[in-house]
Write a protein that binds this ligand. Structure first.
Ligand SMILES: *Cc1c(COP(=O)(O)O)cnc(C)c1O
Length: 386
């Protein structure tokens, strides 16, 4: 940090300490024994009385006199020409030096331009005294006071913005919440301040042991410059096909697009019907609707929550072209029964395996049990451990 700067027109008495980074501008007078913290700034024509303490980061604007008995905490802002007094009822012809009343301005508080703080009154931390106010009694922390005599008209956030009038006001600017009880205002503890909604999914614990490998893979992709498709996707397609025991795997942008692309590849469109489960993520039916074919719903088996394979036959019509079979929550649907029905009616089977990567059946992993299968790598999807 830079040593303090004192302008050559300023007068600094003996035994004064001024912290690093502080600046003392033109025509200031800093009296004997004064203590000024780091990074403070005294504007032009500021008087600092004997033994007065100013904290770190204090900003004093032009023409302010800080008399003996006044104590200024860290980060206080004193507006231009604001006034501190040190005797309650001064008389020019009566010496009242023994009657100095101490005055304290708490951390982070602001005193507006031309305001007067009558001695013996304390300004609480983060209080805001409006310009021209005359403070004749203590100002509570976070209090916003205006007028002569100064009255509290509201509360001020730590960030300086006026808080809404409420028992639990929340700063419209920075979001900090407060608790107001009578003449006391305090910041709400963090939990009350912003009740975190329960996250849909928290992958941190799952990712933690994989982090080094994930970072390495990320670096590999970034340094290759190939952000779309490329060698990584080819390798992934190859591995996926091998793992699932199928001849081809094709990377597309999402599980939803995989369903749509599958239906399009099978030539399904307006006038066609596609059977699917009444209970699934909406993409199972939504992708059918997007081809302008008609989704036809079949109820679920209450034991598995998957499509009731024995109920499929009853909804098949001459327009039925395919069945989309979701395997929900990692549990494969009854593919044996479905394969028989599909063969009997000449229907395509699309597995919606978005929630069942690596799920296995006696016939093999899901994904190789129908004509086409769709997967998703959306983070919270259920996956089966290897
Ligand atoms: C998530 C999901 C999809 C869609 O996958 P996205 O990658 O999110 O588009 C489709 N079907 C089911 C059953 C799903 O759970």
């Amino acid at each position: 940090m830079a040593p303090p700067f004192v302008h050559s027109s300023a007068v600094v008495d003996d035994d004064v300490r001024i912290g690093d980074g502080s600046r003392v501008w033109h025509f200031c007078h800093v009296s004997q024994g004064a203590r000024i913290g780091k990074n403070a700034s005294l504007g032009q024509n500021v008087f600092v009385g004997r033994g007065v303490t100013l904290g770190n980061g204090v900003k004093v604007q032009n023409n302010v006199s800080i008399y003996e008995g006044v104590e200024i905490d860290d980060d206080v802002f004193l507006g231009p020409s604001c006034v501190f007094t040190n005797v309650l009822a001064p008389r020019a012809f009566i010496e009242k030096k023994a009657e100095y009343h101490p005055t304290r301005v708490g951390r982070g508080a602001t005193v507006g331009a031309n305001a007067t703080i009558v001695c013996g009154n304390h300004v609480g931390p983060y209080a805001l005294v409006g310009a021209g106010a005359v403070v004749t009694r203590d100002v509570p922390a976070y209090g916003l006071v205006v007028g002569n005599p100064a009255r509290r008209v509201g509360w001020s956030c730590k960030c300086g913005v006026r808080l809404p009038d409420a028992p639990r006001p929340r700063c419209p600017s920075c979001g900090q919440s407060y608790i107001v009880e009578g003449e006391v205002c305090r910041p709400a503890p963090h939990a009350e301040s912003a009740p975190d909604p329960i996250p849909l999914v928290d992958l941190r614990a799952e990712h933690a042991p994989l982090l080094p490998a994930l970072v390495r893979a990320f670096e590999r992709v970034v340094s290759s410059g190939e952000m779309i498709l490329g060698e990584e996707v080819r390798a992934f397609e190859h591995e996926a096909a091998q793992t699932l025991g199928v001849s081809h795997a094709v990377g597309v942008s999402s599980g939803t697009d995989a369903l749509l692309v599958s239906l399009m590849a099978l030539g399904i469109g307006p006038g066609d019907e596609v059977v699917t489960s009444a209970y699934s993520f909406f993409a199972s039916a939504g992708s059918i609707a997007r081809t302008l074919a008609t989704p036809v719903f079949v109820d679920i088996d209450l034991n598995t929550l998957n499509i009731d394979a024995n109920a499929i036959a009853s909804v098949i019509t001459p327009r039925t072209k395919a069945i989309i079979v979701p395997h929900l929550f990692g549990l494969p649907a009854d593919m044996r029964t479905i394969a028989k029905i599909a063969a009997a009616h000449g229907l395509f089977v699309i597995e919606d395996a978005a929630q069942a990567f690596m799920a296995k059946t006696p016939e093999g992993p899901v994904g190789g049990l129908g004509d086409i299968a769709c997967f998703s790598v959306f983070p919270p999807k259920s996956r089966c451990a290897r």
